[in-house]
Design a protein around this ligand. Structure first.
Ligand code: SF4
Length: 467
């Protein structure tokens, strides 16, 4: 694949977008309210915060749901087939809502639209869509909205560029916890994954921009930052300043935000240097999401993961030795083309051996354009369904066993909200990444509270307050 250089969106371009924002704000025809519907991962959730930031700065109020909004935007995901189908189903349903609100503007953006030829196909099929743009054009929403307000025709912009846009307005979902994207795209081309085709080549943000953002967040009272990237472990590639993820983490740790988390990590790039930083850090939480995908070397080779089972287990051992009790989570795909029962049992054995605090398990779903979609030997649906059930049952049992280590332990919880089961209890994540529930009120939301774990109920830890 030819080398592609990242396109840093210029100051001039960003100034132009601010002018478009102003024009939309002053346009009496602009929508009064918006609603963003998000599918997929945290990267998408953070992109939605940027969409909301730009819409707020264009003078629109956030509507509580799509039925009450004049502008509805679907920020889509294409990593799995069902996310794509769900998004399109929901877009179609909006056509009905437009009968009550003829001024409703419907937009679709994100990974699904960035797939080659997809925007044209969708607009041909779903003629009521007004606006469509790809992941690399997100910062151009003000310009696209301005154009839409001048025309009855659909406005489309999908460019095959690897952009980095700084200083895009953000409306953060939470006041206590904030996302910071540190890198975009992915160069790994795992054979089942569409991400490199829709999010572009790997590109890192300048370290100074990330550190500044973190300092500002600390000043605004944020207690936790979540660093985002498709492969945060390879942060720094291509930057003029010689740096890497371990050094970035070290500098972020010194800023003093109480909690630092990150995702996603690739086992092949998880360096000893990074593990040493985790060992000595004060604010990086003792939790690590390390996708394994399969426990069989031949399947890993055909997935183009570029590590083997031994390397993976060695990383797990080193992490646990450096950070005792660290919370480990993972992603696993079952039913990859050609996966035999024996190869699947290797995955089961690995899950049993590692003991994850939680695992995201998926049945392989072919994505057009990826190498694996063309492989013969797709595993029959019933076989894959049977395997995933066995895997979930095993993970469930191992999870319960792993949770036992928290009993009687003191933990610090960043409270996210009232518990779903009682308005006299609150819940949030402990330092190890596990959900913890304990007595509390709305006033505790956004605070870090010390608790002692007293009980385990359905993979949630129950606790008593110590503060
Ligand atoms: S590392 Fe692999 S699975 Fe993750 S985004 Fe990149 S290509 Fe996809």
């Amino acid at each position: 694949m030819a080398e592609r250089k990242p396109v840093i969106v210029s100051e001039e371009e960003l100034r132009l977008q601010r002018e478009y924002m102003q024009m939309v704000r002053e346009n009496p025809e602009r929508p009064a309210s918006y609603h963003v519907v998000t599918y997929g991962c945290q990267m998408n959730a953070h992109d939605s915060e940027k969409l909301a930031g730009m819409l707020r700065d264009m003078g629109m109020e956030e509507a509580p749901d799509r039925e009450h909004a004049d502008f509805v935007i679907f920020n889509t995901c294409c990593v799995r087939d069902n996310a794509e189908r769900r998004a399109l189903g929901n877009v179609t349903w909006l056509k009905e809502i437009r009968k009550q609100n003829p001024k409703l503007i419907i937009a679709v953006c994100g990974c699904m639209i960035q797939q080659p030829g997809m925007a044209d196909r969708i607009l041909r099929q779903y003629k009521f869509i007004d606006l469509a743009f790809g992941t690399s054009n997100l910062h151009k929403l003000p310009e696209l909205m301005h154009k839409k307000l001048q025309s009855d025709r659909a406005v489309v912009q999908v460019e095959d560029e690897d952009t980095i846009a700084e200083d895009v307005p953000v409306k953060r979902l939470r006041k206590d916890s904030a996302y910071i994207t540190i890198m975009y795209g992915c160069d790994n081309f795992c054979s089942y994954c569409i991400v490199p085709y829709v999010r572009g080549r790997e590109r890192s943000r300048e370290k100074s921009a990330i550190l500044n953002e973190a300092r500002q967040l600390k000043e605004s009272g944020v207690k936790e930052i979540m660093l985002l990237g498709q492969n945060v472990n390879s942060y720094g590639k291509g930057l003029a300043e010689e740096t890497n993820f371990a050094r970035l983490l070290q500098e972020l740790d010194e800023i003093g935000i109480p909690r630092i988390r990150f995702m996603t990590s690739h086992p092949k790039d998880l360096s000893d240097e990074l593990i040493e930083v985790l060992r000595h850090s004060r604010h990086i939480l003792p939790q690590f999401h390390l996708p394994v995908q399969s426990g069989n070397d031949e399947i890993l080779r055909r997935m183009n993961r570029r590590y083997d089972r031994a390397r993976y287990l060695d990383r797990v051992r080193k992490l646990r030795e450096a950070v005792p009790g660290i919370g480990l989570t993972t992603d696993i795909i079952v039913g990859f083309p050609g996966e035999t029962e024996e190869q699947f049992l290797d995955t089961m054995a690995l899950v049993d051996e590692v003991g994850y605090d939680s695992a995201f398990t998926f049945i392989y779903s072919p994505r057009t354009g990826t190498v694996a979609a063309g492989l013969a030997d797709q595993v029959p649906e019933d076989v894959a369904a049977d395997r995933i059930q066995r895997l979930i049952a095993l993970q469930d049992r191992r999870q319960k066993e792993e949770m036992a280590r928290f009993l009687g332990m003191e933990e610090e919880v960043l409270v996210e909200g009232l518990s779903r089961r009682s308005d006299k209890a609150v819940s949030g994540k402990g330092r190890h990444g596990v959900s913890i529930t304990f007595g509390g009120t709305e006033e505790d939301v956004g605070r870090i509270i010390r608790v002692r774990v007293t009980e385990i109920k359905n993979n949630t830890l129950m606790a008593e307050r110590l503060d």
